[in-house]
Write a new protein. Structure first.
Lengths: 413, 232
């Protein structure tokens, strides 16, 4: 093998400029693949992290994915039922304390029960449609990052008791209300209740900032005339990736719809997959182009070295030796180009990580491009570069191996 | 005398638009320590016969056996291995690998065979080149050597693995008379002093006359054979 390496080296070194061009081709491909993967993976990780941080990992609601089995279906072999509606619109999770205890028994994580009630918030003649969310502040803080999103007041102020409310800052500005003002909440049942604003939050999600109001669970139950009811259980898991499995079991056991964060964001996650496919297709295309460079140089070498191939065969080298020799040359160019590409990729990624920019929407945050530093990107880029180099080397190598030495010797003499 | 290489009804037809018969029903036996000239006009099949004897080409019909082993069922890899250990080639043009020095060129077959250590290979290559008067040219590449010197390096390379059979295809064809004489003397010494068998294709009838045995080909057939096999 050492001999084959020596011969391969003389061939490659003998075509310095062409070899360098082919290596640079591979290096550029590998380098940009690494940088692109780092940027795209970083963006994806950042996005998913935000999803995982801000959303409950599993949310159990009092809805059901499909209607319960109807008695008619048990009696008749063929029964078609359509247009089923709940008998009572005032749904809620039945026996919520037992359900919550059961969940807490086997799921590693944190839990918060809620009562979401549709309603309207009024203040000095203005009205805004809102979801009045009844919570246990302590438990809610353990599953939701909203505690950190307060512009004025705080989430803790709810704990003090009384008829207090925290609302989004956009809702407050639409109502013209501020901290300490008293607003009126009207439920869909027509009940009203006054609440004092003790906190204004800004999550950055418009729908939440202008449409959510948090009150104590008891107050929400009174407002919606549903004593002791809850209709949501939010679960923050110790392992967010276990959400789909846990959601499936919860739904199967409790009978209520349990949505994992992955399901809730399925279309977004699918879009990320599509984005990754596009990215790796581009990477593959770059590598293909780099592969043509390698193919070109190995083809040229095998063409120019036809006589040497005949000599080596006459000396006792086999076809397999010849194949190995030229594939090795392709691999050597691919590997050397990949190493250069690592340096290039690292440099580009590092340069991207230094880019600062200001988000115009908030006008106050300095942020950086999200970058993921992963050895996997280097390995994937290298594997595809070396793979294309092997194919690019193999095709001319196979042809070289099949050359008939007698034809070449006759041609030379 | 032991037969080193034997052929029976050896035929090689080149299947082109019009089939061309290069070698036709050649039956011969070449023993150890023979110095054989293969002569004949251009296109008579001399080189083709040599390539067949060296297992570089496959016959269309007939058999070849090297040291009693039939080459027909051998795989390409086995034929290569047989060449490596048993046959040394010297061509009309030196056919040295241009990127390697004289000594490295001689070391290549040894490195491929891998029977010796690197130090032993270096020592043997140096000794072979020195015995051919090239001790001052060990580290020169082929383009730094004269035609005669290159051909002597090619002879040294053919001897690298100490094969019993040397096949030479017009080894002096591209050399001046002085160099030709030197190379011929070396080939003669291989037979007389080192006990090798040399089969050389040549146009030079004077040179052929100085060899032990002459096989004359016309149109791919042996038309005449003269000279005695040593020991007979």
């Amino acid at each position: 093998m050492h001999l084959i390496l020596d011969i391969a080296w003389t061939h490659i070194a003998g075509r310095g400029r062409q070899t360098i061009v082919a290596m640079v081709g591979v290096a550029v491909g590998v380098g940009f693949s690494i940088a692109m993967a780092a940027l795209m993976q970083g963006g994806q990780d950042d996005f998913v992290r935000q999803l995982v941080d801000t959303m409950p990992h599993v949310e159990v609601s009092d809805e059901q994915r499909s209607a319960r089995r109807q008695p008619a279906e048990d009696v008749f072999e063929v029964a078609a039922i359509s247009g089923l509606r709940p008998r009572d619109d005032r749904r809620g999770i039945i026996n919520p304390t037992a359900a919550q205890s059961w969940l807490e028994e086997w799921i590693p994580g944190r839990f918060a029960a809620r009562l979401n009630a549709e309603g309207v918030i009024r203040y000095s003649g203005r009205e805004v449609g809102a979801v009045v969310i009844g919570i246990d502040p302590e438990r809610e803080a353990s599953v939701s990052p909203i505690v950190e999103d307060f512009r004025e007041g705080s989430f803790d102020a709810l704990t003090a008791g009384g008829n207090n409310v925290v609302i989004g800052d956009t809702m407050a500005s639409r109502l013209g209300a501020g901290l300490g003002d008293t607003i009126t909440a009207v439920s869909s049942e027509g009940l009203t209740r006054n609440f004092k604003i003790v906190g204004l939050f800004h999550t950055g999600t418009t729908a939440r900032d202008e449409g959510e109001a948090y009150v104590l669970q008891k107050n929400a139950q009174i407002l919606s005339n549903r004593p002791n009811a809850i209709n949501r259980i939010s679960i923050k898991l110790d392992d967010p990736n276990a959400a789909p499995t846990i959601a499936r079991r919860v739904e199967a056991e409790l009978g209520y719809k349990a949505v994992a964060w992955q399901e809730a964001n399925e279309s977004i996650l699918e879009a990320l997959v599509v984005r990754n496919i596009i990215m790796y297709t581009v990477v593959a295309a770059i590598m293909l182009v780099a592969g043509f460079g390698i193919f070109n140089i190995i083809s040229t070498i095998t063409h120019e070295k036809a006589r040497d191939i005949a000599i080596m065969k006459s000396l006792g080298f086999s076809e397999a030796d010849m194949r190995r020799l030229f594939v090795l040359e392709g691999l050597a160019i691919g590997a050397a180009g990949s190493l250069l590409g690592w340096a290039l990729g690292f440099s580009i990624t590092y340069a991207l990580s230094l880019v600062h920019f200001e988000i115009a929407a908030t006008g106050q945050e300095m942020t950086r491009l999200p970058i993921a530093w992963s050895m996997l990107h280097y390995l994937i880029a290298t594997a595809s570069a070396v793979g294309s180099a092997a194919v690019a080397g193999y095709l001319p190598a196979r042809r070289a191996a099949h050359l008939n030495p007698v034809d070449i010797i006759r041609g030379a003499t | 005398m032991t037969s080193l290489i034997e052929t029976t009804d050896l035929t090689r037809i080149l299947h082109e638009t019009v089939p061309v018969t290069l070698v036709r029903n050649v039956t011969l036996s070449i023993g150890e320590r023979e110095f054989v000239a293969v002569t004949g006009p251009s296109g008579s099949g001399k080189s083709s016969l040599l390539y067949l004897l060296g297992l570089l080409d496959r016959p269309t019909a007939g058999t070849i056996s090297v040291r009693g082993r039939d080459a027909e069922p051998m795989s390409e890899r086995e034929r290569a291995a047989t060449r490596l250990a048993n046959i040394g080639f010297v061509f009309q043009f030196h056919f040295l690998l241009p990127e390697f020095t004289a000594r490295q060129n001689v070391e290549i077959p040894m490195r491929k065979l891998a029977r010796l250590t690197r130090a032993e290979m270096r020592e043997r290559a140096t000794a072979l080149l020195s015995s051919l008067g090239l001790e001052d040219h060990l580290h020169k590449r082929p383009d730094q050597l004269s035609g005669g010197q290159r051909q002597r390096v090619a002879v040294a390379r053919a001897l690298a693995n100490d094969p019993p059979l040397i096949l030479a295809d017009e080894p002096t064809g591209s050399l001046d008379s002085k160099s030709s004489e030197q190379v011929f003397a070396i080939l003669e010494a291989l037979v007389n002093e080192r006990g090798k068998t040399v089969v050389a294709v040549t146009h030079d009838l004077d040179m052929a006359a100085r060899m032990h045995r002459r096989i004359h080909l016309v149109d791919g057939r042996i038309s005449e054979e003269e000279g005695a096999k040593p020991g007979l």
